[in-house]
Ligand binder design. Sequence first.
Ligand code: NAP
Length: 390
Amino acid sequence: MKKTKTGPNAVGHNSVLSAVTTALFDMFSNKGQLDPLADNQRIDGKVCLVTGANSGLGKSVAVQLAKRGGHVIMACRSGIPAAGEDVKRLSGSDNVEMLSVDLSDLDSVSAFCNTLRDRNICIDIAIMNAGLMPLNSRPSAQGYELMFAVHFLANRLMLHRWYQDGVIKPATSVDGSPNSTPRVIFVSSEAHQSSEPINFSKFGEYIEFGIKDGLRHYGTSKLHLSTFSNELSRRLNPEYNDEYSNEQNNEKSNESSPVNIAIHSLCPGPIASNIARESPGFLKPILNPIMSLFFNSPDKAAAPVMLLACAENMEKRTSVYLHMMREKPCSELASNPSNGKQLWESSQRLLAKYLDSEADGSESDSPEGKSTEDTQEKTAQKKNNLSTPA
Ligand SMILES: NC(=O)c1ccc[n+]([C@@H]2O[C@H](COP(=O)([O-])OP(=O)(O)OC[C@H]3O[C@@H](n4cnc5c(N)ncnc54)[C@H](OP(=O)(O)O)[C@@H]3O)[C@@H](O)[C@H]2O)c1
């Protein structure tokens, strides 16, 4: 596929025609399609966390992970406990639990991180899926624009806290004992490809917008997310170098530079889900049939998520981006290391109050019931933590 250009006019493209042509090609052509995850690929005993797992794509992914033997933690703000019961029934597994978190509220995100830390949870596979497309701009609990807060800030804070607290551990842990490579999968969108560059001089400022500009701001919030995904991947895997191969060599891996934590992202393509729940009433009679006729079901849309989360070869790579079942480059803006560094440092300033788990008065280094070994490992991880500018 021809590389897309950055521009504000259409999702991932400089014209609506080019966007529609590419979307249709990607949906209906077999060219360059990756094989789906093998039916017999198991993840028995792996701890899998899925955000926004009570609906749409997240719920399907939760079911599929549970079917393959994962212990699934559904991190949701609604649907508790009904969605968890559904996932148990649909997967035939009881190894499913729900935890409450509102990702638009940094206090709630911090409390959620404390719960994971205090329960000594160690995540093998994290699917950062929660997302929304509001009709108009709305402020989050801390006054940020809602999509900026949910798509980017919450993920930025969670990953920092999980790493700092030992909730996610690099493949070779600091005490030298090997563990398997954890993976973090960000559900982004091709809309990030059409975003204007991030305006760092107004980083985090609340922006008013109406229905006309919603998609544009959705794309920008996903650009934040994709840029974060790439920067996180570089910081966690400083020795890994796997430039995107135009030959589509999907088996390529870099054995000499092992991956500490595999960080991947994807666009699932159009899904018949609840994402358009805020669309105006008069549009729903048109939109709903179009979605159910032409958009993928959440079960089908889950295929690239499952591939990145469970395929063996995706453990040895990092920074893979899939658009549905095709590997592609992210936008140049999202891949640019200087943008990544600026995003990292700007968000570090916004989140300063939340980034240190000790700032909330909790005793992260000496919680009851935790071994000295655990504590030493966590302290060592902190020394090497993600706060340090690259
Ligand atoms: N649908 C598409 O065509 C499409 C295309 C490209 C990318 N995506 C991306 O795919 C992902 C999944 O979307 P979907 O299509 O499955 O939509 P969906 O059915 O609306 O699911 C979105 C999920 O995110 C959760 N969520 C939203 N705000 C939250 C918050 N503040 N705290 C906790 N959870 C929150 C929702 O929870 P509630 O039910 O409580 O609101 C819901 O579980 C999103 O990241 C979306 O951007 C979707």
